[in-house]
Structure formats: C-alpha cells, structure tokens
Design a protein around this ligand. Structure first.
Ligand SMILES: NC(=O)c1ccc[n+]([C@@H]2O[C@H](COP(=O)([O-])OP(=O)(O)OC[C@H]3O[C@@H](n4cnc5c(N)ncnc54)[C@H](OP(=O)(O)O)[C@@H]3O)[C@@H](O)[C@H]2O)c1
Length: 256
C-alpha cells in the first residue's frame, strides 16, 4: 500500500485525486488549511514533522489566489508563501521520508509549459510594487519550474522523481477566489472550457501508477515540456534556492 501525502488534498484537483487513490487502496493523507496553514513557514515546517517517515508520493497542490495583495503574518506575499515557499519546504523536509519508499515521486501541480509569461521579480519577490493576481501567479509558475530543477539537482543520486504537471484549465471551483464580475466569468468559462476534476485526477492517477524514470519531468496536460527551455535555467534555480533558504532561516532560525 502506498502512502500518499496531498498538500491541498481537501478539495479541487487534489481532493479528487485523494478520493480516487483512496478508492484504489492507497493510504492518503489529505491536507487542507484546517490541518496546517501552508501560507506559514512555521506551520509548514511543523506539519512535516507530523507526517510519516516513509512516503511514496508527495503531491503539491495547495494554492490560494487573490486579486489583491495579502501579506502573511511572517511578512510574505500570500501567493509566494503557499505556491513557492511551502512547496519548497515540504519537498525538502520530506526528502528523507521519500527516500525510504521504493519508487518515490513528488508531483507538483503548477503552470509549467503553459502561458509563456511571467518571471521572478528578484528585486521584489514579495511584489510590494505593482501586485496583480496574474503577476503573482506567473511568478509562482516560473518559481515552481525552478523548484523542480533545484530539487533534482541537489542530489544527483536521488531515486525521487520530481514531476511538474500543468493540468491546464480545470473546473475546480478556483473562481471562488475572484471578485465579481471575474468570479462569474471565470466560473462560466471553467464550466465550458475547463477539464473536470475527475478527468484530471484520473490522468494524474495513471501518471502515478507508471511515473517517468528521470529525476525531473515537466508535463503540460501529459505533453512533455522541453527542459532546455529558459524557464529551467540551473543558475536561476541555484539563486532561488539560496534566496528561499535565507527566507526560511529568517523565520525558523539558521539551526532549524
Ligand atoms: N484549477 C486550474 O485550472 C489549475 C490550472 C493550472 C494549475 N493548477 C494548479 O493546481 C493546484 C490546485 O488547483 P485547484 O484548482 O484544485 O485548487 P483549489 O480547488 O483552490 O484547492 C486548493 C487546495 O489548497 C488548499 N489550501 C488553500 N489554502 C491553504 C492553506 N493556507 N493551507 C493549507 N491548504 C490550503 C485547499 O484546502 P482548503 O480549501 O480545505 O483550505 C485545497 O485543498 C493550484 O495550486 C495550481 O498550482 C490549477
């Protein structure tokens, strides 16, 4: 029986995947904001200590979008905190538990290979100037591409396969985070053009049943994304690694 941890497994795509894997016999630990506030570095780090010491699959699906800038109690822009910092921290903190599994996988639901826009705002990662939902989401997407690169590069001998997966537009109820009139428009568009959460979860379950064998894979609704694209630049990944380490140390202390 596989042990599967799904951060963001209480609703949306993660919720549908949790239900599907449970029905297939996996032990699934689904985490939502009632279990740990993943916008908090402290709570994310503490959550990692409560999780099993052998994990077969870690799914990174937690996200929270906001049309206005929200700052966490630890001083981070909320999208950055949950989409970048918590995913970085969970994968790194659970590396040991993953290494104990036979064929461990990290599945990161992100925007890889999708809209070719966005960049890291190195001089203002917390987007204190000119915040928009699009800028924050696109910065998060590019940062997640780099999270895959830095995770795979940290240990060239790792057996853990890291998969970046962009499900593209899914009718997951994501529109509830928008204000009107965007909420109604995005909700209606999702009903017409979005894939269902069940179809998306079925694709992801198939992927997890036969994961790629390479340390890093990027897929855009199943279609391979070329890892030589500039989004996967190794020096940018190293730079992000250093920045995130410093931010985490700033909250938890250097000897955490
Ligand atoms: N939907 C799409 O069209 C789409 C497209 C491309 C990529 N993606 C990626 O897929 C991911 C999942 O998307 P989705 O549409 O399924 O999202 P969703 O329906 O909004 O679900 C988000 C999940 O994150 C959890 N969460 C939110 N804030 C949290 C917090 N502070 N602490 C802990 N957990 C928290 C939610 O739990 P609770 O609500 O129980 O708190 C829920 O389980 C996104 O983050 C995004 O990276 C989605």
């Amino acid at each position: 029986m596989r042990t599967v941890v799904i951060a963001g497994g209480t609703r949306g795509i993660g919720g549908a995947l949790a239900a599907r894997l449970r029905a297939a016999g996996d032990r699934v630990i689904a985490i939502g904001s009632a279990d740990a506030n993943l916008t908090s570095v402290r709570q994310t780090a503490e959550l990692a200590t409560r999780l099993p010491d052998r994990i077969d699959v870690l799914v990174l699906a937690a996200g929270r979008f906001n049309s206005r800038r929200v700052e966490t109690a630890e001083g981070f822009e909320q999208t950055f905190a949950i989409y970048v910092l918590s995913r970085y921290l969970l994968a790194e903190r659970l590396r040991g538990s993953l290494e104990r599994a036979a064929t461990p996988v990290v599945l990161n639901l992100s925007g890889t290979g999708g809209i070719r826009a966005g960049r890291l705002h190195w001089d203002d990662l917390q987007l204190t100037r000119g915040y928009t939902l699009f800028r924050a989401t696109m910065q998060g997407a590019r940062a997640n591409d780099l999270l895959g690169v830095l995770f795979a590069n940290r240990d060239p001998d790792t057996r853990i396969r890291y998969i970046l997966y962009n499900p593209l537009f899914v009718d997951s109820g994501l529109h509830r985070h928008f204000r009107q009139p965007q909420r109604a428009l995005v909700g209606a568009a999702a009903k017409i053009f979005g894939a269902s959460v069940d179809a998306t979860a079925a694709r992801l379950a198939d992927l997890l049943a036969a994961p790629p064998t390479t340390p890093l894979t990027a897929l855009c609704r199943g279609k391979p994304v070329d890892l030589s694209r500039p989004e996967f630049d190794r020096s940018a990944a190293d730079r992000l690694d250093a920045v995130l380490t410093k931010l985490v140390d700033g909250v938890l202390g250097a000897r955490h």
